[in-house]
Design a protein around this ligand. Structure first.
Ligand code: NAD
Length: 377
């Protein structure tokens, strides 16, 4: 049996935040990253809670790629405060911290808390997914936790929050959206419902990502990218992801660069691999990439030539938004990278996202893809 579940009530647009007053929140634990507290953006929410007569406490110690330690601290704060709702405000790191902390808090015998997500980057789609990605710095690993109880009850896509996102983070997170949509589209779990969301997300990224990077105040572009991020989240929540994410988790955990950027630099190479562009491998995903390419107006004779065209266009987009394409541009030493390749490949192979990749990789094939990051091209 196939099913498509969408549990999150999604509010969107620049005046949507007001609706928070209608939700069952009397005692809110707000989880955000330090920027949201320091910049005063958290006040946009606390003022509404005050008007509603709700009490709140702010936990603003979220770190990028949230760790087990930060999640534990947030749980400690919840235990002291005793909230009936959690509001996550921030990028994927804040939302994932809130999701994991709320989940574990309820597993400890407390009632499940009403969960609200207010994303401030247009990237992860975490506001609608049942994933939370938590890092273990000692093991140099990132673990995607998955539980339907972590799906937020409500999400507010207010693009005003994203205007302050600097160009390089706008670029990285925007490429995360594209990767989510493309991986969901070629996933072995893809279906008509997830395809619809993935296709729309790809179109929106194609039309608006470069604009948001070039002109951060372009509200039309920001709004569409924020919607694209959520739509891609809906797509991959239903269809899951693929090898690019597995490899990005291992790469990001080992070399500590942003999730969106890890995905971006791997994406062209994973598409080439999945479509069998450089070998005589299975071509299971080739037709799916051709369909996306055609939707974007890219057609070049044979199927493989069309997928080559898609890869070229993605690289052009990355150049335009100034995303590096080689690990040396990311200030990673080539020898150190080479030493890490085997271990990263093993972790990527074991990552759950690999299960729905359209081509079943071997550890050696994953190593080969990692090594392409040293050659550029
Ligand atoms: P992030 O949350 O780590 O934020 C990146 C940086 O942007 C931080 O320094 C943050 O302070 C800053 N920032 C956020 N919003 C801002 C704003 N409005 N203005 C200025 N600065 C702002 O980045 P992200 O890419 O949104 O999230 C990445 C995390 O999400 C990773 O841990 C990744 O593994 C995870 N992730 C989760 C899912 C999921 O479904 N749960 C999906 C993809 C990725």
């Amino acid at each position: 049996m196939e099913q498509f579940v969408m549990n999150t009530k999604v509010y969107m647009g620049s005046s949507c935040l007001d609706k928070i007053k209608d939700l069952p929140v009397t005692k809110a634990y707000i989880i955000c990253d330090p920027f949201m507290a320091q910049s005063g953006k958290v006040n946009w929410i606390t003022e509404l809670l005050q008007e509603k007569g709700s009490s709140y406490e702010v936990f603003s110690e979220v770190v990028p790629d949230p760790t087990i330690e930060v999640v534990s601290k947030a749980i400690g704060g919840m235990k002291c405060f005793g909230p009936d709702a959690v509001i996550a405000l921030g990028g994927g790191s804040a939302i994932d911290t809130a999701k994991a902390a709320s989940h574990i808090y309820s597993q400890m015998g407390n009632e499940r808390l009403f969960l609200i997500a207010v994303p401030t980057t247009s990237g992860t789609g975490s506001e609608v997914t049942n994933f939370s990605v938590i890092s273990d710095p000692q093991a140099q690993a990132k673990y995607p936790l998955r539980s339907d109880s972590m799906v937020p009850d409500a999400a507010f896509l207010d693009p005003r929050f994203t205007v302050s996102v600097p160009p390089h983070i706008t670029a990285d997170t925007g490429m995360d959206v594209l990767t989510h949509a493309l991986e969901a589209y070629v996933s072995t779990n893809a279906g008509d419902f997830t395809d619809a969301c993935a296709e729309k997300a790809v179109r929106l990224v194609w039309n608006y990502l470069a604009r948001t990077v070039e002109e951060g105040n372009d509200m039309e572009a920001r709004t569409h990218m924020h919607n694209a991020s959520c739509l891609a989240g809906v797509a991959f929540n239903g269809a899951s992801l693929g090898l690019c994410h597995s490899m990005a988790h291992a790469l990001g955990a080992r070399f500590h660069f942003p999730h969106g950027r890890s995905n971006a630099i791997l994406l062209p190479h994973v598409i080439s691999y999945n479509a069998g562009l450089e070998d005589a491998g299975e071509q299971i995903a080739c037709g799916r990439y051709v369909a996306i390419a055609n939707m974007l107006g890219i057609a070049a004779g044979t199927d493989k030539a069309t997928v080559h065209g898609l890869v070229r266009h993605i690289k052009n987009l990355m150049n335009k938004i100034k995303i590096p394409q080689q690990i040396t541009d990311l200030k990673i030493d080539k020898d150190e990278f080479e030493q890490a390749v085997r271990e990263m490949a093993e972790k990527a192979l074991a990552d759950n996202c690999t299960l729905t990749n359209p081509r079943v990789p071997t550890v050696e094939e994953i190593e080969t893809i990692y090594r392409k990051l040293c050659k550029g091209g």
